[in-house]
Design a protein around this ligand. Structure first.
Ligand SMILES: Nc1ncnc2c1ncn2[C@@H]1O[C@H](COP(=O)(O)OP(=O)(O)OP(=O)(O)O)[C@@H](O)[C@H]1O
Length: 335
């Protein structure tokens, strides 16, 4: 499958304190690395699910890809074009081909605009004037399963699920090749979450768009992503084909996340594995393996030596000195 997006060794830093404060406190490096050395590849029509606890760097990757914040190392090639270093002017046509669906379904929609204005706004932003906006409104509403009469509604007249559909219509208005969906099901009832997941899966199949889906919800990842990456403190600690990672997780952090996820199979007696303590601050990264302070399997060695990237199978990688065995999940299910 030909490559749509290729990210290599991406790095994003933020200032953790102002220059004066850093000087007064004699802090030599007043930066935090929110994204460190992240690499992935998405083929045309493929979906990558990004999971990890709050603050692990998922949205920062999305914002860097969209050119909304600067990145500080590595490369991001979209359809062969290097995005790092592009001016805001040069980024504009990229944002036509790479659309973002924002996290908050209602808050991200401007309250004074009708649904028609909201879903046709991308045409105005990108100076597309040769289309019939009534026809486009009908096309887009139909695409996301909303009645034509919704065109005149305002965001406060929409339910959470309807607002999310409007967000999808808006993201798809200009036929992007890649959509970045930040928490597409957050804040929705479980049944509505299912509807939104089905809509995204159906549109993916029909339109062949690539997707990056950022979520806390592992069921969403399993439902719509071909590959997944697990983030911890700005790094990918495990990455691979979704079914492979679900069935044969190698990193203990992946095991923690999977065991916290309500199993779709109600008969599975899953033994809960929990991480200890709190997520460390990015300003004070632990030594050795950065997960060792919370890892249920950590040994002394993990405190001292950072694990290298290992391969479990083609395209399935992880960073852990003492990975789970391939059948660990099956055994847990039987326990
Ligand atoms: N503009 C900023 N300035 C300083 N630090 C920031 C900024 N934006 C994000 N961060 C920090 O970068 C880290 C990663 O944040 P990010 O929002 O990418 O995490 P996330 O995994 O998307 O979390 P969530 O699931 O809560 O959205 C966090 O520690 C956050 O506080």
């Amino acid at each position: 499958m030909s490559t749509l997006l290729e990210v290599e060794h991406l790095k994003v830093r933020f200032r953790s304190m102002g220059a004066l404060r850093a000087l007064m406190r004699r802090v030599k490096d007043p930066y935090i690395d929110a994204v460190c050395d992240v690499s992935f590849r998405i083929g045309r029509g493929e979906t990558l699910g990004l999971v990890g606890e709050s603050g692990s760097g998922k949205s920062t990757i999305a914002r860097a890809l969209m050119g909304l914040i600067p990145s500080h190392g590595g490369s991001m090639r979209f359809d062969g074009t290097e995005l790092r270093g592009l001016s805001q002017r040069a980024y504009k046509p990229v944002r036509r081909d790479m659309a973002m669906m924002f996290q908050d379904p209602v808050g991200s929609l401007s309250p004074r605009l009708t649904v028609r204005s909201l879903i046709t706004e991308p045409f105005r932003i990108h100076g597309v004037r040769d289309r019939d906006m009534d026809a486009e409104t009908r096309r887009l509403l139909e695409m996301v399963g909303l009645p034509a009469g919704f065109a005149q509604r305002f965001p406060h007249q929409l339910s959470g699920g309807q607002a999310r559909r409007v967000g999808v219509a808006r993201a798809l208005a200009l036929d992007p090749r890649l959509v970045i969906a930040d928490e597409p099901t957050a804040g929705l009832d479980v049944s509505i979450q299912g509807e939104v997941m089905n809509l995204l899966a159906e549109l993916q199949d029909r339109l062949g768009i690539g997707m990056v889906v950022i979520t806390h919800n592992l069921n969403v990842v399993r439902h719509i992503s071909d590959q997944m990456a697990v983030m911890y403190l700005g790094r990918f600690v495990e990455q691979g084909p979704t079914e492979e990672v679900f069935h044969r997780p190698r990193h203990p952090y992946t095991e923690v996340l999977l065991s916290a996820n309500p199993e779709p199979d109600p008969d599975a007696k899953l033994h809960r594995v929990e991480a200890r303590g709190d997520i460390p601050s990015l300003a004070h990264r632990p030594t050795g393996c950065e997960f060792h302070t919370r890892c249920p399997r950590a040994r002394d060695y993990c405190r001292e030596v950072a694990p290298a990237l290992s391969s479990a199978a083609p395209d399935h990688t992880y960073t852990c000195h003492f990975p789970l065995e391939a059948d660990a999940k099956e055994r847990r299910l039987e326990a």
